[in-house]
Design a protein around this ligand. Structure first.
Ligand SMILES: Nc1nc2c(ncn2[C@@H]2O[C@H](COP(=O)(O)OP(=O)(O)OP(=O)(O)O)[C@@H](O)[C@H]2O)c(=O)[nH]1
Ligand SMILES: [Mg+2]
Length: 249
């Protein structure tokens, strides 16, 4: 069955990476991209618009000018995506850490009737990480164990930003109520989806450390990551709803 998918890509200074990523995505029929650029000083926004012209409207751009933020960019991008008639809405980084060639694996899993959301996972059998120093492996493993222990979310890779949502599952989330803005936004989304009964699947991916451009991970981001799981479990489970995509209890 062919399904339409829109891939949301947040960007901040990804000029060197974006054309390669978009070219990889455009190889897949039925796939479109939405670049959410935060007024990148390196001109990524204008570059994305020229990619839109090159790919005949399959690439659209949301150019943000205030309140720069990873989470805020995703929220704006997701609201825009939900206004469009697409079946699947995906998330991925622009820095080529997420291989566009693996997108069909996520799309195939997301079309299964018993799945609402798919994680491209480094920590299920078949998943790999390339070019990370030992320090990064330890930090990521620790972060995932910490999040799983505190929040009781059972996914193996809670911090992966390569994801695919069934439209109805994403539409069922309270996007305006998210409080995190850095990469913790990914953990918060997963937690809220899990709490609402969203059925989560994981497919293996090979994650490759960025080669071009700079990481935006700061001390403030790491601090937010440390406290987010506790903020999540402290928040009342006001709306334990049935699986958002399925309507099943
Ligand atoms: N729109 C927007 N995008 C951002 C912002 N910060 C990061 N991004 C994008 O989010 C994605 C992930 O950011 P990275 O800096 O690669 O973060 P990371 O993958 O956790 O860190 P590294 O492993 O060091 O690359 C990339 O596509 C970035 O360009 C932001 O403030 N606004
Ligand atoms: Mg990265």
């Amino acid at each position: 069955m062919s399904r339409s998918a829109l891939v949301i890509i947040p960007t901040y200074n990804e000029r060197a990476n974006l054309p390669l990523l978009v070219a990889g995505l455009m190889k897949h029929d039925g796939v479109r991209a939405l670049v959410v650029d935060d007024n990148s000083p390196d001109g990524t926004g204008a570059l994305a618009e020229s990619l839109g012209r090159e790919y005949g409207g399959r690439v659209s751009v949301l150019r943000r000018t205030t309140n720069r933020g990873f989470g805020r960019s995703y929220i704006d991008g997701m609201k825009k995506a939900l206004d469009e008639p697409v079946d699947l809405i995906c998330q991925m980084d622009a820095d080529l850490s997420h291989d566009p060639a693996q997108l069909p694996d996520l799309l195939a899993a997301a079309t299964r009737a018993d799945v609402d959301m798919v994680i491209g996972s480094r920590y299920v059998p078949g998943g790999h990480i390339l070019n990370w120093p030992l320090k990064r492996h330890i930090l990521s493993r620790f972060a995932n164990t910490y999040i799983r222990t505190v929040t009781r979310v059972s996914a193996r890779d809670c911090t992966s930003g390569y994801r695919c949502w069934k439209r109805a599952a994403l539409a069922g989330l309270p996007l305006d109520q998210f409080f995190s803005d850095g990469y913790s936004f990914l953990v918060e989304m997963l937690f809220v989806a899990h709490r609402r009964g969203c059925r989560i699947a994981e497919v293996p991916i090979t994650f490759v450390e960025r080669r071009e451009g700079e990481s935006k991970v700061s001390r403030a981001v790491l601090f937010e990551s440390a406290i987010t799981p506790w903020r999540l479990i402290a928040r009342p489970a006001s709306s334990r709803k049935s699986a958002p995509g399925s309507g099943t209890p």
